[in-house]
Design a protein around this ligand. Structure first.
Ligand code: CP
Length: 337
């Protein structure tokens, strides 16, 4: 993480203050400044530079997961616990009143009484909007149906900015600007939708983004407008294997959650240690993986996906500290601007 702090080690507290008491529902809430400051704070936390041991000891986080999760729920809980915070969890909707037909409205009212922040994952895109009508505490979207997974995208970009800090803080010469490949359909895959929105913030240093998908129209309406307005060249292709020699970053995903079911990708979209990758290409994957990402890549220089999952704890801790306005208490004055 040190490299990420070499350009401007001080944190812009005015930028981080935008998250004070805020809900985090969409990647669209983040501009380049906010993404960079959260990434820098995450780097400090990962380096254990700041005294945050008990920073959230008076706070309770509810992790309300109405859809399965390994990383998101556990990394949020780990982030909270390691700064003295408290957690209550729903790991399975069947253990709540949902099993008896309880409404999200009533569940939202309960979160107001029992917690100071709630992280929600749900199979339904609309669940987050419904809950937010009734919540008086901040809500963090931990993945809502096929819509968004904003904190995953923050973790994705934290991994990429540690790998190449100049993407955010420098000027990459034209011939070395990044070519990114995204395997999936941003219009209805929440991780790639959130990842793509944040990628557009770094248009100075990204040359092309190629979206590899079997679908005729992988972008939804809102994303198409955003992509059309971006100076980054956005391409579409079905030929991943034939494009590998051009790609610096490959963002993979196991499955697309499409409404009420999952869609798996064909062999054409799989990578293994024999794939014709450039020697310095990195692979991101939000995990859990399927056959598309062979375990024989785990011990290669292409593996950024474990780093991506590790870093998620620090990104989520940074978010919680900013939401609860505890950055000032934890960081020496001379490191704030
Ligand atoms: N990346 C991600 O959302 O993983 P989980 O489904 O395990 O939370």
């Amino acid at each position: 993480p040190e490299g990420l702090l070499q350009y401007e080690p001080r944190l812009r507290i005015d930028v981080l203050d935008r998250l004070r008491n805020a809900s985090v529902l969409s990647a669209a809430q983040f501009d380049k400044d906010l993404l960079c400051e959260i990434s820098k704070l995450s780097a400090y936390l990962q380096l254990r530079k700041y005294k945050v041991n008990r920073a959230l000891e008076d706070k309770i986080m509810a992790a309300a997961f109405f859809e399965p999760s390994t990383r998101t729920r556990l990394s949020f809980e780990s982030a909270m616990l390691s700064v003295g915070g408290n957690t209550i969890s729903v790991a399975d909707a069947k253990t709540t009143g949902v099993a008896k037909g309880e409404s999200l409205q009533d569940i939202g009212q309960m979160f107001n009484s029992y917690a100071d922040v709630v992280v929600v994952r749900h199979t339904e895109q609309l669940a987050v909007a419904e809950l937010s009508e009734y919540l008086r505490i901040p809500m963090i979207n931990g993945g809502n149906g096929s819509d968004e997974h904003p904190t995953q995208a923050l973790a994705d970009w934290y991994a990429l900015l540690k790998w190449r800090p100049e993407i955010a803080f420098g000027n990459i010469p034209d011939k070395f600007k990044l070519n990114i490949g995204i395997i999936g359909t941003p219009g209805n895959m929440r991780t790639v939708k959130s990842f793509l929105q944040l990628a557009l913030l770094f248009h100075e240093n990204i040359n092309h983004i190629t979206i590899f998908s079997e679908m005729a129209d992988p972008l939804g309406d809102g994303l198409r407008e955003l992509c059309d307005a971006s100076p980054i060249g956005i391409n579409f292709s079905r030929d991943l294997q034939g494009s590998l020699e051009y790609l610096d970053v490959i963002y993979m995903n196991a499955i697309a959650f499409l409404g009420d079911g999952y869609r798996f990708y064909s062999e054409d979209f799989q990578l293994n240690a024999d794939s014709k990758l450039k020697h310095d290409t990195v692979i991101l994957h939000p995990l859990a993986r399927g056959e598309e990402l062979s375990t024989d890549l785990d011990r290669t220089q292409h593996n950024l996906y474990f780093n991506q999952a590790d870093g998620a704890v620090w990104v989520r801790q940074a978010l919680l500290l900013a939401i609860f306005d505890r950055v000032r208490n934890s960081v020496p004055d001379n490191l704030l601007i």
